[in-house]
Design a protein around this ligand. Structure first.
Ligand code: PMP
Length: 393
């Protein structure tokens, strides 16, 4: 029998990161390749307590089908956090609980994209968004980002010519580069978008992981009618819960709810009740503060060992939060070729290639600092520095 797959799925490559991570499974390999939060800081005992309490007080309810929009109390908690942390007024009706923010990307693709529709995306950009929109056969138009934020000249030119349906951005501690758009750059990006029919998707799973510097205002404060925000508990509580959310204006929310119903009826309700209970019994800020202390130490260890073990021509971003650094090798050096040498040296990272829609054999790479302790970072970076020096010979 021959199975004739849809064009939609046939063209989408398997997750490159999952493929290369198979090589990094050897326990002797120090891996900076994953994009995972540090499991040592998952609030296991507190979630266990919360689970008991849900079973004790609302077991039957928590195990029943629930509404598509998500648990009302959890959505109120999310609205309240926007108010407290960002000074943003978000109505509960404009929040939809999703199965991680990854599902938010899928639902946005589902309601907006026809085959061949233009989508603007950061270059480099989040691999999972490239994958999600590829399923809907988007035509990508990359816009360069750097430590200064988005290249607004390139954005304006592309917007005029291509009229993309959406622009997808991760303006805080971006995956993969760790960069944050400065407030002034956000003003410029918003200025370019204003008056166009391009919807902005602001994906912010790392925003609460700020170690230093000051909070930059959301696009939702600048373009409230044109911005859809994606949020997630994956990086601040635990990704295995698969709970995230979308904030969208009324007309978009209507369509999202239909798409959500067609996809999975609703996000796992039991998990939502556990999380809601967890928030009632624990202070999220205290928990986040613990994570921040550790990640910041690890970030600084990585930057220090960069200076100690790498040739000066190798450049690196200095993120103020999040989980990633972005390294640029000297011109002509391929990150993919370095990857193979690095594996021989027993250290792994993600070559930049999968984060681009229009470039190959790039000289950039992503390093994760959240999962390896300071000693491991020092050893791993010494190995990687040695691999770079060998590639340069
Ligand atoms: N967006 C970005 C930018 C991410 O880095 C991730 C996780 N790697 C996600 C979305 C998806 O996160 P989740 O589905 O766990 O909320």
């Amino acid at each position: 029998m021959t199975t004739h797959f849809s064009d939609r799925i046939s063209d989408v490559p398997r997750s490159f990161i999952r493929e290369i991570l198979k090589v990094a499974i050897d326990p002797a390999v120090i891996s900076f390749a994953g994009g995972l939060p540090n499991r040592d800081f998952f609030p296991v005992a507190a979630l266990q307590e919360a689970t008991h309490r849900v079973f004790e007080t609302a077991g039957k309810e928590a195990l029943q089908y629930a509404n598509s929009e998500g648990d009302i109390v959890l959505r109120e908690m999310i609205a309240q956090r926007y108010r407290q942390k960002k000074g943003l007024e978000v109505k509960v009706e404009n929040i939809l609980i999703t199965s991680g923010s990854q599902q938010g990307l899928d639902l946005m693709g589902k309601i907006l994209l026809n085959e061949g529709d233009p989508v603007a995306i950061e270059e480099p950009g989040y691999l999972g968004a490239i994958q999600a929109f590829s399923v809907y056969r988007a035509r990508f138009h990359p816009v360069p980002v750097s430590e200064e934020g988005m290249d607004t000249e390139a954005l304006a030119k592309m917007l005029k010519k291509e009229k993309p349906k959406l622009l997808y951005v991760v303006p805080n501690f971006q995956n993969p580069s760790g960069i944050t758009y400065p407030d002034a750059n956000r003003d410029e990006v918003a200025g370019v978008l204003q008056g166009s029919d391009t919807l902005l998707i602001e994906d912010d799973p790392y925003g609460e992981l700020r170690f230093t510097g000051k909070h930059q205002r959301s696009f939702a404060q600048r373009l409230p009618e044109q911005t859809v925000m994606l949020g997630s508990f994956s990086k601040v509580v635990a990704p295995g819960l698969r709970i995230g959310w979308i904030v969208a204006p009324d007309a978009i929310m209507d369509k999202l709810i239909v798409a959500k119903q067609a996809t999975d009826l609703h996000t796992q309700y039991f998990g939502q009740r556990i999380l809601r209970q967890f928030f009632l019994e624990n202070d999220l800020d205290t928990h986040i503060a613990t994570i921040l202390k550790v990640y910041d130490r690890q970030r600084l260890a990585m930057l220090r060992s960069m200076e100690a073990y790498f040739p000066k021509e190798v450049k690196c971003t200095r993120p103020e939060g999040g989980m990633f650094l972005w390294m640029t090798l000297p011109q002509g050096l391929s990150a993919m070729s370095l990857f193979h040498r690095a594996i021989e040296e027993k250290v792994a990272f993600v070559p930049g290639d999968p984060f681009y829609t229009h470039r190959k054999e790039v000289n950039t790479l992503r390093l994760n600092f959240s999962c390896v302790d300071e000693t491991g970072i020092d050893t791993g970076m010494a190995r990687l520095g040695a691999a770079v020096k060998k590639e340069l010979l």
